[in-house]
Design a protein around this ligand. Structure first.
Ligand code: SF4
Length: 245
């Protein structure tokens, strides 16, 4: 990873080599392959390898974060239509040591490559590259969190990314987030439907807080219809990382 570039006292920009990012998601990419006893195993393995090469050739992973006070972030979170009345994030930030808005992207070319594969009828190749890019974008958001942690280390605390579109922070919240962060300098824009361009981008807030703050009980109104329980997986991974030192 290229060392974070200071572009202001409260704002940092960074880049990650595509090959390094691909390596970081290697375990989950292997999950796209079939079992060795499948008649498709060799073909799928070959497709995954080709998609990895296409990813390295096309992706330009970069991101930025900008520190924000809790009061200023509460204005972002509670802007008109931005969030439900009760959200896990509103609770988590009560115990936050530091907050930062963030945005990361893989760039335009990777989405164009996926679209080209689908348009050419290569559904398997397009699907696999799309999955690799989605996993890499999530990993890039985690890189942003770790860079933020490193800039303001607090014993026993760790940063997790929280994004609009999840857990009661509505997609409409992208408007106030983008107004505060202005991520155009790394090539990310927002359309009227709150969809980010390039497509493989992630934005939100990095919350540096004790593990116990991230480990909330998922009993909020937004949790009633949740099928993923992603929050449990995230906090388990965070606990493992903190335990490993
Ligand atoms: S249960 Fe689902 S909706 Fe609720 S906090 Fe966890 S991931 Fe979000």
């Amino acid at each position: 990873m290229r060392e974070a570039t200071a572009v202001g006292p409260e704002r940092r920009r960074f880049e990650v080599p595509a090959a390094e990012l691909l390596q970081a998601v290697a375990a989950s990419v292997r999950g796209l392959e079939t079992g060795a006893d499948s008649p498709m195993a060799e073909r799928v393995s070959s497709l995954v390898g080709e998609a990895g090469e296409a990813f390295v050739a096309a992706a330009r992973p970069r991101g930025l974060w900008q520190r924000i006070s809790r009061a200023a972030f509460e204005e972002v979170l509670h802007a008109d239509g931005a969030s439900e009345p009760a959200t896990p994030l509103a609770q988590v930030i009560e115990d936050a040591a530091e907050l930062a808005l963030f945005a990361v992207t893989l760039g335009d070319a990777i989405a164009q490559r996926v679209a080209h594969l689908f348009a050419a009828g290569d559904l398997a190749g397009g699907y696999i590259l799309d999955q690799i890019a989605s996993q890499a974008a999530d990993e890039l958001a985690q890189r942003a969190a770790r860079l933020f942690e490193a800039a303001a280390p607090r014993a026993g605390s760790a940063a997790l990314p929280y994004s609009p579109g999840y857990c009661g922070w509505n997609v409409a919240g992208q408007h106030s987030l983008f107004a505060a962060l202005e991520p155009a300098e790394i090539g990310i824009s927002l359309n009227d439907s709150c969809l980010m361009q390039p497509l493989k981008s992630v934005s939100g807030v990095l919350v540096l807080a004790p593990l116990a703050a991230h480990d909330f009980s998922p009993a909020f109104p937004c949790c009633a219809g949740c099928a993923t329980l992603d929050c449990r997986e995230r906090v388990a991974a965070l606990a493992a990382r903190l335990a490993a030192g």
